[in-house]
Design a protein around this ligand. Sequence first.
Ligand code: PLP
Length: 641
Amino acid sequence: MDSTEFRKRGMEMVEYICNYLETLNDRRVTPSVEPGYLRHLLPSEAPHEPEDWDKIMNDVEDKIMPGVTHWQHPRFHAYFPAGNSFPSILGDMLGDGIGCIGFSWAASPACTELETIVLDWLGKAIGLPDHFLALKEGSTGGGVIQTSASECVLVTMLAARAQALKRLKAQHPFVEEGHLLSKLMAYCSKEAHSCVEKAAMICFVKLRILEPDENASLRGQTIGEAMEEDELQGLVPFFVSTTLGTTGSCAFDNLPEIGLELQKFPSVWLHVDAAYAGNSFICPELKPLLKGIEFADSFNTNPNKWLLTNFDCSTLWVRDRIRLTSALVVDPLYLKHGYSDAAIDYRHWGVPLSRRFRSLKLWFVLRSYGISGLQHYIRHHIKLAKRFEELVLKDKRFEICNQVKLGLVCFRLKGSDKLNEKFLSTINESGKLHMVPASVNERYIIRFCAVAQNATAEDIDYAWDTIVDFANELLEKEQHDELTEIINKKKQDTLAQKRSFFVRMVSDPKIYNPAINKAGTPKLSLDITSPVVSRGSNPIIRTQSSVEHNSWISWPLAFLFNSNNDEKSSNVSLRFRHLDTNVRPSSSRRNSGAGSSPSPENEVNYVNMQQQQQQQQQQQRSPRKSPMFMRKLPSTQNNHN
Ligand code: PLP
């Protein structure tokens, strides 16, 4: 394709994109295809000879589009928004056209400098403290664009880990790093995104997953008690990941409380993941949600979720850029340049070396909409969410399950989880709306998010009317099924009673004893402490004590050790692995004082986790053979008692 044809095809593509976005309503929001659908439509080999552009574009419409989930569709209310806007698309297009790889200042000075400036702009607009801004006089902090929030959490955990190991190594110079690493403990709430668990796996550290309060908010006292308890065990708290705007229900951890609590643990890195909600802090009236940020070491938000910027654009700010980069620096000769000491080299701020010119699209967005335009957009989505909440509240068959602060409403039909599961899957199968569920406070809830850029009140009303139609149909059917079930059960009971009476009459002389008759049939009790509870395909090991207990430890790579070389038994989803046992790491240091660092030279080694698991597996080989990834800790309250 030469530039003459590119001009022509480029214009056609812009036309195609505009048509696509303007006529989204005519398409099903979710595709109705089966896995592998595309394999049957495309050849198994790449073409040897060049193909005609029109033919390629025809295939886009005929073969690709039928398998696309339309995230920009006005009936798409799942997950969080996937940011999209024309200025952003154009910014990406320009970045792609320039096609530079800005891993260092010298590799493309504008790419680096624009990123620093735009991150300062956005940081100021959100209301981050000055120490997060790179260009503020005396600041040691700064911002960087990462590919995803998961990467932001990972690199901050890596930085915190490096700091902690450095500190421990200074205290215990003759102890191997690997041994020191085994002491490190990170913390997050059960409501934190699963990327925190993934980061802990990659960093090879333990992660203690804590129970939030009834509003899904992690509290300072919970963190403080867990860290004190772990220190008594000889472990070293080093990283806390908090969430402002959780994925499940857009709940907010209590950052001021947690920040204050962490003053007792000054070397612990406090990260704030505000992947969705953070964008909204550009509205002055929402800035109170950011309270406590002054305690944080790092903060991330995704403009590619809720700031009209296309994926990928996840922004991360750190209080101390040296603490971040010192965990990630590698400096081969071929990447050095004359200004290495005077300029920012973003390759030291993340995992990849190569980086796209992503700041362009954010710059385009910030300039085209202005802060006021972005504030308007955020407020519009919140207004739509409030409208939806009001509609739900008016119908007594439904309940609201979260505090609606931003664009996410969590709701459910009053009734069982099973009923709600059925309800949501029927709606989703229809292709008329798309929503996803979450589990909050052990309940199945349905998430409804205001997503489409130009969503209107009519779109919300349409969604609600559709939901009500499905609810009417389902509840009517349920009532009918329930009635039929009662009648059938009654019939069966009467028949069973007659049969049983007859059988017992002819076989069991005790039947003639009236006292036995009065005692009736023994009732089946639901044993909530039964050891294995299966949820979907993931087994959850529930120990007798786990009902009162409230935190878990995720062990790095435990799933590998657990597999016992049996490929089939390791076939367990890594997401939301809240599996627990009643084992906790044993330590010879139970009696060491709180706040003191462990003294690994003198201690008896921690029980090797792999050995522990093998022992446990041997003990438990029969009858249950369940994976044990998470180790349940006794609740702090219980300990204190
Ligand atoms: N953190 C939170 C609070 C999220 O809601 C999400 C995704 O929705 C993530 C992290 C992961 O985001 P990413 O896909 O950018 O890694």
